[in-house]
Design a protein around this ligand. Sequence first.
Ligand code: MN
Length: 270
Amino acid sequence: MPDQNIAALLHELIVATRILANEKVVDAFGHVSVRHPSDPKRYFIPRHRAPELAEVADVVELNLDSEPIRPTESRLYSERVIHGEIYKARPDVNAVCHHHAHVMLPFAISGREIVPVFHLGAVVGHVPFWDQRDEFGDTNMLVIKPEEGASLARALGPHWTVLMRRHGATVAGTSLRELTFRTVFGCDNAKLLSQAIAHGHVDALSPGEAKLTSAHQLRPPSMGRAWDYWVRQVEKAGLMPKAPKTAAASKSAKPKPATKPKAKAKKQWR
Ligand code: MN
């Protein structure tokens, strides 16, 4: 794949990361990755930084054992095996987010099932649980060992979001845009579900509604519309990363020769 396309993908990775920071899904912790588009045995992820601070220059390329392709002195996320092991287990997954969003944590703590309760929440689908304690006993609760990541990937199974008991959630997508859409609306769904539980009654989507609605929402026009909205929010917050240089952009960036305004044009202004 040409370097320009990789540069555009890494820019989109940082935009997705900043969106999820701006939407309060990730905070000091949490991370987003994307699979290499022409080498499925590699993926890209920023180095060990709070997501909002991550830059394109911070992105490292790892193999699916989550080891760097090129030697680096950068500290890497200790929980990066979450990404590598999901990419190994799921060839259809091209983007992954791990987060500790507080709207989802009550479910990770109580073990109460997350169900889709509004139309945009349908994209969460079935949300299985993973309890690190089941296989690994007392740990520091970080998913650091490859076998811990593989166990989490098994719990995710064919689904798209997995809740990690007393820890957080991991979300998968076929693309960065789909991942961002599912992650944001998965959190909105969890928030609304908690509120409905507080009201005393939950009227969830039927399985048929969830299936039809999810397929509709994951079409490019819906995802693109949401992406554009979140990008605008990121711009308003002053968090947009610098656009990558493209052939077209560098051509148009060439300074134009200075010309004197024509008298006629001047008159038209007045
Ligand atoms: Mn974590």
